[in-house]
Design a protein around this ligand. Structure first.
Ligand code: CA
Length: 229
């Protein structure tokens, strides 16, 4: 999942970016409102974490303009403007959630998870497909009740696939959701992650859709244990 972080305070931004990356999100970090609006209009972002007091364009204006332009991406506001009237304004111009500064990083991550699962059309906190389970909060994965240790990127890739079992995720979309702008990524990085996942889980669980991308195979995930190689 790709998160756009918009924060002009360097040390706070650094802390949030680190926390988001540890939670296996790809993070793009911008420090002013006008660039943020341009990035939101370009699309390809799963969630925006937005400060309000920003250079070049106030956060409230960013939200207003983004919604006017038809952007549906979830927006979580982080702000020191904490009066009820500020929160009301933030939500009413189109933010989806509002967290006052200072805040707890664990709470921020929990709100990020909640917004992401809602925007994916899910309500349950744990993603499951047959014998496969993924817990975004615990960053854990299990297959047939057995824990599978996955590095951050493989976890992120599986999370993307498990959001909509059976649906093909294009290579472009998967890449966009796994890697931030500033990351140096080899052209075959996605295939390498798929390859590693297939070695740790039943290989047939991740189906290659030729010329398009990858999909999680529901039939394999739901097969009785003895039928899965
Ligand atoms: Ca600020």
């Amino acid at each position: 999942m790709r998160v756009l972080l918009v924060e002009d305070d360097e040390s706070l931004g650094e802390g949030i970016r680190t926390a988001l990356r540890r939670a296996a999100y790809a993070v793009d970090w911008l420090r002013d409102g006008a660039s943020a609006l341009a990035a939101i209009r370009d699309g390809g972002i799963d969630l925006v974490v937005l400060d309000l007091g920003l250079p070049r364009m106030d956060g409230i204006e960013v939200i207003r303009a983004a919604r006017r332009a038809g952007a549906t991406v979830p927006i979580l506001v982080l702000s020191a403007r904490e009066r009820p009237a500020d929160r009301t304004l933030g939500l009413d111009v189109g933010a989806d959630d509002y967290l006052g500064k200072p805040f707890d990083l664990h709470e921020l991550l929990a709100r990020v998870r909640a917004l992401l699962r809602r925007s994916a059309g899910n309500a349950a906190p744990v993603l499951s497909c047959g014998a496969l389970e993924l817990d975004p909060a615990a960053l854990s994965v299990s297959w047939q009740g057995r824990n599978i240790d996955l590095p951050r990127r493989e976890f992120a890739l599986l999370r993307v696939l498990m959001e909509s079992p059976g649906r093909t995720i294009s290579r472009e979309s998967a890449q966009q959701r796994l890697f931030g702008w500033d990351e140096d990524v080899a052209s075959n990085a996605l295939d390498v992650h798929v390859h590693h996942l297939r070695r740790k889980l039943p290989a047939a669980l991740i189906r290659t859709v030729r010329g398009v991308g990858y999909a999680l195979d529901e039939t394999v995930a739901q097969a009785p244990p003895e039928a899965v190689p």
